[in-house]
Design a protein. Structure first.
Lengths: 250, 177
């Protein structure tokens, strides 16, 4: 049973007539005015267009790096990588007030971190062997991207930086930070995770790799929702990519 | 108006939820409980219009869902044609498999779009756009008819996304289940 004071605290003033109305009421019982004045469909459509712009920038950068011979140099690779990172930061910062909470590492636990690291490494080993097998079955060859760099310590460090550190940081910031947070405003939690995971998976532009990219992205999405921080995801992503790099070098 | 036994509570004619006897408007749907018959009629006609709008948007959503099924069919057909025209090629699997994967993906998205409409349409649209970009990068010949077809497919999917958002808004605003 509510006391008189509680009843007053459960009330708000109507946006139109200023009368005291129940907090849970969607319409004023005095003037009939709707209390939520935000046009949700217009706002959702605007957010979707914004997310589409972020995705289009990523697609453009990936297409230029992958399919244009003129951009097939280390300088352009670096420039496109930096532009994708800047795009992730810029879109994440659009709603900085709300998104900054994702950068706080709440309930930090070494056990959890170790568990995520172990799952990431186990997953990476599975992906390494299964992708190797698929490459032999489908393309009759096993692909090694960095085999030529073996023994060159500085080059190996650069590869680790560009394939383990940068993607872990900025893909998580972009897809589990900005994209997922935006989709959570447009759709329910499950759909938001599916959308951000699917977009993350297809941006890699390898349909055969979708068998592991989609579960990988879904795991990261649900981890971000459960932990309410992107840091566990960043660590997971880093361990996964680092294991892949180590396989290439040793 | 159908009164419940209690003296202080009435039932709204717009949404059938309980309202206090002093309420001039229903706090759940905005129905003018103490309004004139004309005000009440205008409110009901607005509700009916909203329901018609939902039907119109549902038709667009259904068209977008069908588009995903057609895309699955196109990729299955493409995979079959590629297989039979290049079955002696040692790389036939590398050519056919991506098309089979795309067909399966579009089929799953089309089927699942009945439950998770927005997620499936956004994913389907992005997948289609990326597929087309990869096709252009691979040197696919683009004719005017092909361009029109691509624009029509994108149009249907975009309308599906917009309609899914509108349906949610109308349902929320008018308490339509």
């Amino acid at each position: 049973m509510l006391t008189g004071e509680d009843e007053i605290s459960e009330k708000v003033t109507c946006v139109q007539c200023g009368a005291l109305i129940a907090l849970k009421g969607r319409f004023c019982n005095h003037c009939g005015a709707r209390q939520s004045i935000i046009n949700t469909s217009e706002r959702n459509w605007r957010l979707l267009k914004q997310a589409a712009l972020f995705f289009a920038i990523d697609i453009a950068a990936c297409c230029l790096a992958k399919f244009t011979d003129a951009f097939d140099t280390f300088f352009w690779y670096l420039l496109l990588d930096i532009s994708m990172a800047l795009s992730a930061i810029a879109f994440f910062a659009i709603n900085w007030k709300e998104n900054k909470t994702l950068l706080v590492w709440r309930n930090f636990s070494w056990q959890k971190l170790a568990a995520y690291g172990a799952i990431a490494m186990g997953g990476s080993i599975f992906v390494h062997y299964s992708v190797g097998w698929l490459n032999i079955v489908i393309y009759s060859r096993d692909e090694h991207y960095f085999g030529l760099l073996k023994g060159n310590f500085l080059a190996e460090l650069l590869v680790v930086f560009f394939t383990a550190v940068m993607p872990a940081l900025f893909e998580e910031l972009g897809y589990r930070g900005y994209m997922l947070q935006t989709m959570l405003k447009v759709a329910d939690q499950e759909q938001a995770v599916y959308i951000s995971a699917f977009l993350f998976a297809i941006i890699h532009m390898s349909f055969i790799s979708l068998f592991w990219l989609i579960p990988f992205a879904l795991f990261l999405g649900f981890t971000r929702i459960r932990e309410n921080t992107i840091w566990y995801g960043i660590f997971f992503h880093f361990c996964f990519n680092l294991t892949a790099c180590l396989f290439e070098f040793w | 108006m159908e009164n419940v036994p209690s003296d202080s509570i009435v039932r709204c004619e717009g949404c059938y939820k309980e309202a206090a006897i002093d309420d001039a408007y229903c706090t759940a749907c905005g129905y003018p409980i103490k309004g004139t018959p004309l005000q009440q009629k205008i409110f009901v006609s607005r509700q009916i219009k909203a329901e018609f709008d939902v039907v119109k948007f549902k038709r667009r959503v259904s068209k977008a869902g069908s588009t995903l099924y057609y895309l699955a069919g196109i990729f299955i057909l493409g995979a079959c044609l590629s297989f039979f025209s290049k079955k002696d090629d040692p790389n036939v699997l590398a050519i056919v498999l991506p098309e089979v994967i795309l067909a399966v993906l579009f089929l799953v998205l089309a089927d699942y779009s009945k439950k998770k409409t927005l997620a499936c349409f956004i994913s389907g649209l992005c997948l289609f756009v990326i597929t087309e970009l990869l096709g252009i990068a691979a040197g696919t010949q683009i004719s005017l008819l092909y361009m029109i077809l691509v624009i029509v497919i994108i149009g249907f999917l975009v309308l599906g996304i917009k309609s899914a958002i509108e349906i949610e808004r109308i349902k929320k605003e008018n308490n339509i289940v």
